[in-house]
Design a protein around this ligand. Sequence first.
Ligand SMILES: NC(=O)C1=CN([C@@H]2O[C@H](COP(=O)(O)OP(=O)(O)OC[C@H]3O[C@@H](n4cnc5c(N)ncnc54)[C@H](OP(=O)(O)O)[C@@H]3O)[C@@H](O)[C@H]2O)C=CC1
Ligand SMILES: O=C1O[C@H](COP(=O)(O)O)[C@@H](O)[C@H](O)[C@H]1O
Length: 519
Amino acid sequence: MSQPQHRHSDSGTIPSMTSVQHELRDNTIIIVFGASGDLAKKKTFPALFGLYRDGYLPKDVKIIGYARTKMEEVDFHKRVTQYIKNPDEDQEVVAKIDEFKKISTYISGGYEDDASFENLESHLKVLESGRLSKERNRVFYLALPPSVFIPVAGRVKKLNYSEDGVNRIIVEKPFGKDLESSRKLLGSLKQYWTEDETFRIDHYLGKEMVKNILVLRFANIALSAAWDKNSISSVQITFKEEFGTEGRGGYFDEFGIIRDILQNHLLQVLTVLTMERPVSFAAEDIRDEKVKVLRAIPPIAKEHTLLGQYVAANGKPGYLDDNTVPPNSTCPTFAATTLWINNPRWEGVPFILKAGKAMNDAKVEVRIQFKDVTSGIFKDVARNELVLRIQPSESVYLKLNTKMPGLYTRAMPTEMDLTYKRRFADNKIPEAYEALILDALKGDHSNFVRQDELDYAWKIFTPILHWIEGKDGIAPKPSPYPYGSRGPNIDAFVRKYGYIRSSEGYTWPITTLRDLANL
Ligand SMILES: NC(=O)C1=CN([C@@H]2O[C@H](COP(=O)(O)OP(=O)(O)OC[C@H]3O[C@@H](n4cnc5c(N)ncnc54)[C@H](OP(=O)(O)O)[C@@H]3O)[C@@H](O)[C@H]2O)C=CC1
Ligand SMILES: O=C1O[C@H](COP(=O)(O)O)[C@@H](O)[C@H](O)[C@H]1O
């Protein structure tokens, strides 16, 4: 079987990023636990295929899917290749999918009995027996619910750990439900796996535009100079999904929108946006700076939090209409919360994190609103705003005032627009999971979450989570908002923190396909 040409992908432009890690280039098996699940099917396997197709997986790599479900290999292959984008694009892609199936095998087994892991070990040995080198590298990817993290992590260490190579374990959020449970979970994981071997995924750190933040900030003196309380009035980080929790209501109700999105994805974006310049792009330098900024954020106060829960509208069901959700659940499906960073750079600047399911739109963006210009020569001139559109249709645009062309001097709002699909039409934007799996193979922790980062993240959110769950008294009732709306009274909420919504006289740039269709 032909293998793609292998690429060892140091970018060349940011040398310190990959200088000290051990990149797995060959003799490697990737084992995906929970291979029958949603994440494996939608993200992990399509990403593994993308890397395989483009020649980024180690030479002679083998992939094992593992789960309890009994499945024929042919069904497993069908399942894990169904989300590959454009599978029939051309003959080359069709052939690559065939090759990918040949290197991927499936094993069914339990998560809590040694015999299953012994069986896995025998399979690993068979796959490794054909290798000329004695080196045996193993990457264990846990696409599993947290309830089985520890039984699996412990058994893998006991029964499948390679003594003749590198071992790595990749784990997915949620890492606990609050500070105490997170410490317990991570403490147990630490018994078996060192920090160096552990890769905690927050897939937002793999998104192209999130990775772009450090470059935008630190490679542009014009932006660096304005990146503080002297120029910035407020920052909003927004996540919106157009669909509700349909089908995941049981899982979601236990966690809620704050644990699902704010405490991890949005907080990670915030730290990258606000940290000081790291000494280098090495993982520990970056993560040290992230930790410093997290330590400067006091716990969120309930007075600065708005909670919502969607109700039936526009022919769509409400959250409570899902029969996997408890009938009187007060679980928030929308939350907006404001926090502050107590350090000299950011003192007094409100950071508003907002996330909601079943909203009017699907988008994730950062909106940095600058202060007013000194009054005197202009009347009612709009504020500058820098927008980083993380998805969909990645773009960066800066709303700025310009002279309206003509014989009179009048300022009008317009923008400098870097829409990726226009500017980088020929560049493929990697999927977050492709970027992160490749980083894990390279041993680069820069875009993974360190244990102390998590600890500080939970310290910020734990008091508000306990209040929401009624641990301090009666659980607050979230405000209802119609399915497909902008959330409950959100404009009034952001106005409290000084945000001025510019609408009149401003034409929004075309960043999405929907915008294009509306032209
Ligand atoms: N789905 C997504 O988009 C995202 C998921 N994640 C995280 O990734 C992990 C996996 O997610 P996802 O694939 O959606 O989860 P699933 O609920 O689909 O679970 C994955 C697999 O684990 C096994 N499993 C499920 N429940 C249990 C249980 N109670 N005890 C033992 N095994 C169980 C099942 O396999 P079998 O029964 O065949 O063994 C299932 O196919 C989770 O931690 C999730 O929070 C993170 C980001 C996004
Ligand atoms: O972690 C999660 O993320 C997804 C959203 O991911 P995205 O890459 O599509 O933005 C969210 O739907 C899910 O509820 C959450 O668990």
